[in-house]
Each structure stands twice: as structure tokens, then as C-alpha cells.
Design a protein. Structure first.
Length: 278
């Protein structure tokens, strides 16, 4: 089910621990503050905090606190998956039977997290993508059997700070999610590169071709974002029978065309995601 509206966090009265305040964690932190969470409600564990986090620490945010930890309402894990073995054990000090843990570590399964965290911990595994940096990402989430209805809503609220949220009922789908939306921004950037290169091959100056490709892709994406029409209908609306667009689409949609190529690419990425997850 899609969570279409960003939920505000101004009514949240608990405490939140963010583990890792890099690009994705930092984007989430910005989103939470914009939705009403107070700095004093947040603890950040980050060995290399940026200037923004340091400024927030002067406004009440707890940065790398020492001493005995208090149980948190929620913990969001936003570190690189390679550091999971070191990052997870210390979090036990912040967890009690009411704590929600949300992990956005790529490839780290619910089973891995359950083995690394205290028994009975409510856990959500989520896969966001890089447009989260501007609040336009999409996160796909899967929860373990310990999560309550309230914790599920809280997870949606926290993830909605960086874009839309979808829930799946089978964790095995996460590999295909990773291949489609997780890796998907790279496919769009490659398309933009390819369009610019093709424009240069057709005779356009490189700088102009690059600008045209970039603005066409970003403008088309924004049009699709604002429109209620599906992608196929939007494509058809641009395509006049026998026109220039139709001539190009005959090539892109012909035998061995773009559909087949993307299918092969996403299957390859899905397979690799399964390999990395073990």
C-alpha cells in the first residue's frame, strides 16, 4: 500500500536514535526536522559528523553521547552494510520491548538483523533510493512479526520524510526492489548521458546536447510526477503517427530494444542483490 502523504512528526513525543548521518541519514534527519521533530528528541551516532549535525548539537541534539543510554522509541540504522557487525551490538543499550528499529542498510536481511539485535525487537527493513536527498525518493519496507500497528505507522512517518513509502508482505521481493528502484536512478542518469551523446552524434554542440538531454529528462519526470496519467499514455501523447518520435520509438521498441535490455539489466541486478545478501 502506498503512503501518499508525508506525515508530520510534530506529535511524536518519543526519542529517536539515528545511527549514521551520511548522505541518506542526513537527508532523513533534515526531513524529520522539517516535519516538526525537535533536535532534543534526537540522538545521532556518527564518528564524522558534518557541520549541520554539529550545529544541531548546540540546539539540543545529542551527538555521540557517553555514559548509560536510555531506551529509544525508534532507532534508524543508516550505516554502510559493511560496518553492520560493529555498529549493531552497541545498539542493545537503546532497545527495550517498545523500541522500533528501522534499517536502511542494503542487503542486510531481517534474519541478519534479528540475530544481531535483542530478541523480540520490532524491525523494519527498508530500501530507499538516492532521490531521497531532495525528499523525492521512494522507500520499500518489510517488517518482521514483532511490529505493532503503531510501530508500522511510525516507520511510515519516519520514511515519509524522504519521499513515498511502499510496504511489501514478502521479503524475497526486496532483491527486485533493489534492482528497480534502488539502482533505478543510475539507469535514468545513463539514459541522460546516452541522449546527450546521441545529440552530439546528430550534430549538436556538446554543451547544448547535454543541456537539452538533462532538461528533457528532468522536465519529463516532473510532468509524470504531476500527472494522473500512466507512463504509457504520456508516451502515446507525445507520439504522432508517422512522426519523428514514432521513428525513434520504432528503434527503441523494436526487437531487442529498450524493453528487453532493461528487463535483462534488472534481472541481472536482482540476481546480484541475492548474491550479496547471501
Amino acid at each position: 500500500m502506498a503512503i501518499r502523504n508525508a506525515h508530520r512528526l510534530s506529535k511524536f513525543r518519543g526519542t529517536l536514535v539515528l545511527v549514521g548521518a551520511g548522505r541518506m541519514g542526513g537527508a532523513m534527519l533534515d526531513g524529520w526536522l522539517a516535519r516538526g521533530l525537535k533536535p532534543k528528541q534526537i540522538t545521532v551516532i556518527e564518528p564524522q559528523p558534518d557541520k549541520t549535525v554539529k550545529v544541531l548539537a548546540r540546539r539540543g541534539l545529542k551527538l555521540n553521547p557517553k555514559g548509560k543510554a536510555a531506551a529509544a522509541s525508534a532507532i534508524v540504522i543508516a550505516v554502510k552494510p559493511q560496518t553492520a557487525a560493529e555498529a549493531l551490538p552497541p545498539l542493545a543499550a537503546y532497545i527495550d520491548k517498545t523500541t522500533l528499529v528501522v534499517s536502511i542498510m542494503a542487503g542486510r536481511t531481517i534474519g541478519f538483523l534479528e540475530k544481531s539485535l535483542p530478541l523480540e525487537t520490532a524491525i523494519v527493513r527498508a530500501m530507499p533510493n538516492t532521490p531521497a536527498a531532495i525528499g523525492r525518493g521512494i522507500s520499500v519496507s518489510f517488517a518482521n512479526a514483532k511490529i505493532s500497528t503503531g510501530q508500522r505507522k511510525l516507520a511510515s512517518d519516519l520514511l515519509a520524510a524522504i519521499g513515498k513509502v511502499e510496504w511489501i508482505s514478502h521479503e524475497g521481493l526486496m532483491d527486485a526492489v533493489t534492482a528497480l528502484s534502488g539502482s533505478g536512478p543510475a539507469y535514468v542518469f545513463l539514459l541522460t548521458e546516452a541522449m546527450a551523446s546521441a545529440g552530439i552524434a546528430a550534430g549538436l554542440p556538446p554543451a547544448l546536447a547535454t543541456r537539452l538531454a538533462r532538461e528533457t529528462v528532468t522536465g519529463s519526470a516532473e510532468l509524470m510526477h504531476r500527472s494522473d496519467l500512466d507512463a504509457a499514455t504520456l508516451r502515446q501523447n507525445v507520439t504522432s503517427p508517422g512522426g519523428t518520435t514514432a521513428a525513434a520509438l520504432d528503434v527503441l521498441m523494436g526487437a531487442g530494444g529498450l524493453d528487453e535490455l532493461l528487463t535483462r539489466a534488472i534481472i541481472a541486478a536482482t540476481r546480484r542483490s541475492r548474491e550479496l545478501a547471501g
